[in-house]
Design a protein. Structure first.
Lengths: 246, 301, 277
């Protein structure tokens, strides 16, 4: 079954149209990457799916159901998002416990104590962090909290907006390992936006290359690993990545 | 004692209560490192104590007239002298603390939450809601505070209650502006987007997540404004539209002392000192709070 | 030949509520007219090392060094005024984000001209010619047009090239580039680094390239220092980075995913491995 299906998606901000006829099908359990440079519209696609960029035409289907333009409660139990900047995505005045418990309160889910502890354990956060404020955590720990918050409602789909680009490489490795393990354990579908091709190679099954608001190529990660991308622009991106790798 | 402190600064609190108290303790500690803020806090605490224990601190009945003892200079019997009706000025200043404290407290309770809610709603929803609310705010802001308060008191009739209402009506627009500006900076942040994605309603996002972030700047603003509120109240009292005689309101006291300012300087000067001292106290405390609470500078590094 | 920069036992200290914290703990190196990379993660002290060369460490931070000499000039005894004469003219620094480094109310041409005129006085005509020549050398196609633009009218990559033009027009002997391309897209990143590289080679300058990106540093530098918690843990030639010996460096290299990644799990740094040693 398709987890996410986009058809002829045109997203605008005010009068400027950001994407043009974006169509994609992502299978359930798949890990898919949207790759491109800044201004390619890749993050905008993610925001439209999440409901944070409500100005679009076309169709977004999530698990077979057409999605409305805004943010709604039913949708929030199916699909969640992890943001790029772990410093900006946590409320500075709320403890880890409050941040994680919020989802349960909104949806009237009980058993808060056990649930919070369970999720903290599964993202590898020690119990002693439970009542800390964000400024008492490192960047990697904050990103773990952000991931835990997204998983609190047990969603099927996780939207990842450059989840490791603000982190140090050694921390990036920890978070990438965590994401990979969580996907395996909970059979999650990932849609990740990134500019980092090696990260795609590690975490994803397929990728789409975006440029100027259009998808130029969809390929499998095996193609990427073999250097078998077809479009000149994708090859250019790949060569730049390869040139930097020693 | 040491163990209680350890419990407060524990890096890994075991309960939300401990986390919150720990945060308060750190703010308090930072505030204590700021000498001006400490002076301000001491002045405010003295004001509150004076208001609470006025009957014990006062040496005379503040309203009792003793015409035989009119306009006596400060002495052991009358620490700040007596006024034109022979009333003890020290006792009147002490009782005046009650009135001043009541004015600032009531204005803070009335104006700050109103401004906060209007500002947050205006900033969060934007569009025509914002335009209408900010239009009203701008109308109030464009009128001089004291003149507006005067107009209200003139319409409602002189008296301390009406003075408080008038001051509250003139001070909320400032708070609304601050709250709106704060809301605009937070509303597009990722942590607000994240809560919205969890399915939270607008009311929940506003009350639970945006409002708490605006409160610290609001506390700072209100504290800094206290001096202005006290001065406006005193000003209203001075021109006879605030507290009515025989209430020992500081502004009204200065007003009466004005006639004797050259020969009996203490009649006007003593309540004047009280006003200056308390205003300064609020300013110092507000400045200190700003350094400690400002969300942009963070609570600690 | 005298080295361009000599640093011995550099320490940078910040006071905290729990006593002084050393951000840089005894760093020593010498630099000739070569390209030196300083790599490290956040908190490694790499940026503070760069800043202390220009004495740009802000109070309450304090800098100590047994020796801090640039081209034979003892920097540690120089006053703020003397340092100002040195900054820009002989040592320049390119920072991470052009948005915060460019003055928003001056045109690009004016800002570059100002950078030149601060240290030299030249006739108007020559200034214009040199500004345009400099913009051309950072591969800006229409220098006359771009010189009249304001910073907000250019892209991030262009802004960073303008910064480089501004920093290099007084022809300094040493350029310190602190994460000069982290805010840019990968393709633009390569362009900007190529420009820096070319100018540094052509003018025979010294370059200190500070970055968190091991791969980037190793492909643009001759020599690399790896820093961790304020200390240099590894020093090697760029080509030999893959043969690094320190567990931290090795761990860092291993934890970077590759384009042809087939590992199921990335190795994670075990910080306890060398912390005690």
């Amino acid at each position: 079954m398709t987890a996410l299906s986009l058809k002829d998606l045109d997203i605008s901000y005010g009068d400027t149209q950001i994407t043009h006829k974006v169509s994609l099908d992502i299978a359930e359990g798949e890990s898919f990457a949207l790759v491109g440079e800044s201004g390619s519209g890749k993050s905008t696609v993610l925001k439209a799916i999440a409901g944070l960029a409500p100005q679009w035409t076309g169709e977004i289907r999530v698990l077979g159901k057409a999605r409305s333009h805004g943010v709604d409660r039913d949708f929030s139990r199916v699909c969640q998002m992890v943001f790029q900047d772990p410093y900006g995505s946590l409320h500075p005045r709320k403890t880890v416990d409050a941040t994680l418990g919020e989802a349960l309160t909104i949806h009237g889910i009980g058993d808060r104590n056990a649930r919070v502890e369970e999720i903290m354990a599964s993202v590898g956060l020690d119990r002693k962090f439970r009542f800390r404020f964000p400024h008492q955590l490192s960047g990697g720990q904050r990103q773990r909290v952000a991931i835990a918050r997204a998983l609190m409602l047990k969603p099927k789909i996780l939207l990842l907006d450059e989840p490791t680009s603000a982190l140090d490489v050694s921390v990036q490795a920890e978070i990438l390992n965590l994401l990979k393990r969580l996907r395996r354990e909970q059979n999650l579908t990932f849609l990740m936006v990134t500019h980092n091709l090696p990260v795609v190679s590690f975490l994803c099954d397929r990728l789409a290359v975006m440029r100027h608001g259009r998808i130029v190529e969809v390929a499998s990660v095996d193609d990427l690993r073999r250097g078998d991308l077809k479009e000149p622009y994708s090859r250019e991106l790949m060569q730049i990545s390869a040139a930097h790798a020693t | 004692m040491a163990t209680f402190r350890d419990w407060l600064i524990d890096d890994s609190p075991a309960s939300p209560m401990q986390a919150r108290l720990g945060r308060l303790y750190r703010i308090f500690g930072a505030l204590m490192h700021n000498p001006l803020a400490v002076i301000g806090a001491i002045i405010i605490i003295c004001l509150i104590l004076a208001a609470l224990f006025a009957p014990w601190l006062a040496t005379h009945d503040p309203l009792r007239q003793a015409l035989a003892e009119r306009l006596l200079p400060p002495s052991a019997a009358h620490w700040m002298g007596t006024d034109e009706l022979g009333r003890d000025i020290w006792s009147r200043v002490v009782y005046g603390a009650r009135i001043t404290l009541m004015i600032v407290a009531l204005v803070a309770v009335l104006a700050a939450p109103a401004g906060l809610v209007i500002g947050v709603v205006s900033g969060y929803f934007g569009g025509w809601v914002d335009r209408i609310l900010m239009g009203i705010t701008d109308i109030f802001l464009s009128l001089p505070k004291l003149i507006l308060a005067l107009a209200f008191v003139a319409a409602l009739g002189p008296g301390i209650e009406n003075a408080i209402i008038a001051i509250a009506i003139t001070s909320w627009p400032g708070y609304a502006r601050v709250a709106r500006a704060e809301t605009l900076t937070f509303k597009n942040s990722e942590f607000i987007a994240a809560v919205r994605l969890l399915g939270a309603s607008s009311i929940r996002v506003n009350l639970g997540h945006v409002l708490p972030l605006c409160t610290s700047s609001m506390i700072i603003r209100v504290t800094l404004d206290m001096a202005g509120i006290i001065l406006t109240a005193a000003g209203l009292g001075f021109i006879g539209l605030g507290a009515q005689p025989p209430l020992p309101e500081w502004g009204a006291m200065i007003s009466r002392g004005r006639s004797f300012i050259l020969d009996q300087w203490w009649v006007a000067t003593m309540p004047g000192f009280a006003i200056i001292l308390v205003s300064l106290g609020f300013c110092f405390l507000g400045d200190g709070l700003r350094d400690v609470l400002d969300p942009k500078s963070g609570e600690q590094r | 030949m005298r080295p361009l920069l000599e640093i011995e036992n550099l320490r940078v200290t910040f006071p905290t509520t729990r006593g002084d914290t050393d951000v840089v703990r005894g760093v020593s190196f010498t630099l000739g007219r070569e390209r030196l990379g300083i790599v490290g993660e956040s908190g490694s002290g790499k940026s503070m090392t760069g800043r202390s060369i220009l004495k740009l460490v802000r109070a309450p931070g304090r800098v100590y060094a047994d020796k801090l000499a640039f081209d034979g000039i003892d920097l540690s005894t120089r006053s703020e005024k003397q340092m100002r004469a040195l900054r820009g003219a002989r040592i320049s620094m390119v920072m991470q984000d052009p948005k915060f480094s460019l003055n928003p109310v001056m045109t690009i041409g004016e800002q570059i001209a100002e950078a030149l005129l601060t240290h030299k006085s030249l006739p108007r005509r020559e200034v214009n010619d040199r500004v345009h020549a400099m913009l051309e050398s950072v591969r800006i196609a229409e220098p006359e047009r771009v010189a009249r633009l304001y910073p907000h009218e250019v892209s991030g990559g262009m802004g960073q090239r303008v910064m480089i033009a501004m920093m290099l027009i007084p022809e300094p002997d040493l350029l310190i580039a602190d994460e000069p391309t982290s805010a840019l897209d990968v393709s633009v990143q390569a362009q900007v680094l190529d420009i820096i590289d070319e100018l540094v080679r052509r003018k025979g300058m010294g370059l200190i390239f500070i970055s968190h990106d091991l791969n980037l540093v190793s492909s643009y530098c001759d020599r690399i220092l790896v820093m961790n918690t304020g200390e240099v843990v590894e020093e090697c030639r760029a080509g030999e980075l893959m043969n690094a010996t320190h567990p931290y460096t090795r761990g860092l290299i291993a934890s970077i995913p590759r384009l042809d990644e087939t590992r199921d799990e990335l190795p994670v740094l075990d910080r306890s491995a060398w912390a005690k040693a």
